[in-house]
Design a protein around this ligand. Structure first.
Ligand code: G6P
Length: 612
């Protein structure tokens, strides 16, 4: 997500904030800002400087008018609520500009808190969820800043890493975290709060790691850790010996591997604040009534590359759960056909960047034909978001590896929510089923973590299979798209030949390729066609091709049949499809790495294809 830096010490804060924000740039962002406490002539005020674009612009502004002071906070923003503008850039303040806050994450209940504070007379200036934090602290402030912060944080639901200060307590910098990372750097007579070790690594290697739901009160005497309700916690201080490049990758050798490890968070961010325990879905950015939604009997999902495979999974669940006709389409083909789109069609564009040329043309054509259009994208105010009737954001944070990983997982979860939303509006889903599906989604982040825990085993298999030059990926039902995506991931980053087929189609041609040097990756996890897939595996084994099967935990039926297995946690078929996808991302990563490929920037590929 965004980047946070805070400083309290003996040096001037502004140059340190500027340098640290430069080091946080690699994460991707759209705007930036700093706030510094300036003291002089017995008065005190906060100097705020913001840029609606790059950090360099912010630095130029700061150099022109350099705030002086030894306490400050800075932020690089990746927009989630509200466009990248000066007003929406952080830091945000209370009504009187006394409290300054920078935030990473999503505040789920901000709308409710904002309405309450507005009724009490608070005036908001931005569209962000973050702005409720300084106002809520202001509301609770009765002379003790730390206490007011604690009370405010106990009201806030969702995910946050926060750094904040108050003019009323100028030697106190407060950091807090829940479901988002935050560390405190301990230097010589100076302290740092950062979302990311990268920001502070040139200044100190001594770092206090905050736990979930913990906060740190940093004064010139040092940091004191506590829980949100004020119970002291033991400081977990570690020594990091990473260089800046290692720190940017969070200690992982590649961004792709780091981003695969961020998939649990990406899944959680995609449903955070959008789904009740009984499976009622509400997209704040795409608020549409049940009556209105019932007008649509046809859903077109347009995408390219990995996003097309995401769309295929969307097609499956929308048909299965909502009983509505759905079709995933290659946007580059769609644009040259005469699409049978009407005003009963809902067109959904699946695009992490929101800038893929073919997808945008498809979107424009659908709109011209009277379809209601919706973009599911990771980039706020991207072309797809602007040109559609509605936009739903993935909230995955920037993805740097060219091959999409965490944004794919977020696309799947978001489409599952959309399918549930449609199923509810059309009255096609029972309360029990809704609860069951919602439970499956809530358990997903932990189950993905269990797949990641199995990384060593997947790396071992990748090592074994990296000697082959051709691969076939096979799946049925919901897992057909999983197989196609597994093949795409492998070919794009390892440059090995890999193709995907449905289990049924295999017999109609691709099976002729199989021999002992042509392995098959068979997705045999939980699905309504699981038994059929087992028959397909028997057909493959009869051709002497090695089979690497993905199976659900507890299913031993292929134990003596296939060559190797990757076991994923048991789950319903939609959840299993996400788990298999992550396992195959890891497999592709490790094969490519084994072969010494440029995993983050594979040859001939671009992260976003903005030309036809
Ligand atoms: C490029 C990227 C893929 C991505 C595709 C669609 O080919 O390399 O990773 O899936 O574009 O991108 P989009 O931004 O529309 O999801």
């Amino acid at each position: 997500m965004c980047g946070i830096i805070g400083y309290l010490g003996e040096r001037q804060a502004t140059p340190i904030l500027m340098e640290s924000l430069k080091r946080l740039e690699y994460r991707g962002y759209d705007s930036a800002g700093v706030a510094v406490i300036e003291t002089g002539d017995g008065t005190r005020h906060t100097s705020v400087t913001k840029s609606e674009a790059k950090v360099d612009l912010l630095i130029a502004k700061l150099k022109e008018n350099m705030p002086t002071g030894t306490v400050g906070i800075g932020h690089t923003r990746w927009a989630t609520h509200g466009k990248p503008t000066i007003i929406n850039a952080h830091p945000h303040a209370d009504c009187h500009g006394r409290i300054s806050v920078v935030h990473n994450g999503i505040i789920e209940n901000f709308a409710e808190i904002k309405a309450e504070l507005e009724s009490l007379g608070h005036e908001f200036t931005s569209e962000t969820d973050t702005e409720v934090v300084p106002h809520l602290i202001e509301q609770y402030y009765k002379g003790d800043f730390l206490l007011a912060v604690r009370k405010a944080l106990q009201r806030i639901k969702g995910a946050y890493a926060l750094a904040m200060f108050s003019l009323d307590d100028p030697e106190l910098l407060v950091g807090a975290r829940l479901n988002a990372p935050l560390v405190v750097g301990i230097g010589e007579g100076e302290y740092f709060i950062a979302s990311d070790i990268t920001a502070i690594i040139p200044y100190t290697k001594k770092v206090l790691i905050l736990g979930e739901g913990e906060m740190a009160a940093v004064t010139p005497l040092g940091p004191e850790g506590s829980t949100l309700d004020g119970q002291p916690v033991d400081a977990k201080i570690v020594h990091v010996d990473w260089d800046v490049a290692q720190a940017q990758k969070g200690g992982f050798p590649h961004f792709m591997l780091k981003e695969i490890h961020e998939t649990p968070e990406a899944a959680a961010n995609a449903f955070r604040g959008r789904m009740t325990d009984d499976g009622l879905v509400n997209f704040i950015e795409f608020a549409i009534s049940d009556d209105h939604l019932r007008r649509y009997h046809d859903v077109r999902l347009l995408g390219m590359g990995t996003s097309l495979h995401a769309a295929m999974l969307g097609e499956y669940v929308i048909e299965d759960w909502a009983g509505i006709r759905a079709r995933a389409e290659d946007a580059s083909e769609f644009r040259y056909r005469r699409p049978t789109i009407t005003d009963e069609t809902l067109t959904v564009v699946i695009t992490q960047s929101g800038e893929t040329a073919d997808t945008l043309v498809g979107l424009h054509q659908a709109r011209e034909r009277g379809s209601l259009t919706l973009a599911i994208t990771n980039v706020v105010a991207s072309s797809a978001a602007r040109d559609s009737d509605g936009a739903i954001y993935l909230h995955s944070g920037p993805e740097i590896g060219v091959a999409s990983t965490k944004t794919l997982v977020a696309h799947l979860v978001t489409q599952y929510l959309l399918a549930l939303r449609l199923a509810t509006a059309h009255g096609r889903v029972s309360l029990e089923r809704r609860e069951e599906l919602a439970r499956g989604l809530r358990e997903l982040p932990d189950k993905i973590r269990r797949v990641l825990d199995n990384s060593t085993d997947i790396a071992r298999l990748a090592h074994k299979y990296s000697r082959f030059r051709n691969f076939m990926f096979v799946g049925r039902g919901i897992n057909h798209a999983v197989a196609l995506e597994g093949a795409l991931k492998l070919k794009e980053i390892s440059y090995l030949h890999a193709e995907g087929s449905s289990g049924g189609e295999l017999k109609h041609g691709p099976i002729a390729l199989l021999d002992p040097d042509f392995p098959v990756v068979a997705v045999c996890t939980e699905s309504s066609t699981r038994e059929k897939m087992a028959s397909t595996v028997h057909e493959i084994v009869a051709r002497d091709a090695p089979v690497l099967a993905l199976v659900s935990e507890g299913d031993g039926s292929l134990d003596d049949i296939v060559t190797d297995q990757i076991v994923i946690p048991a789950a319903d078929e939609a959840t299993s499809a996400v788990l298999s996808t992550v396992a195959l991302q890891l497999f592709a990563y490790h094969v490519a790495n084994e072969l010494g490929r440029d995993v983050d920037q594979p040859r001939n590929l671009a992260k976003s294809v903005t030309v036809e």
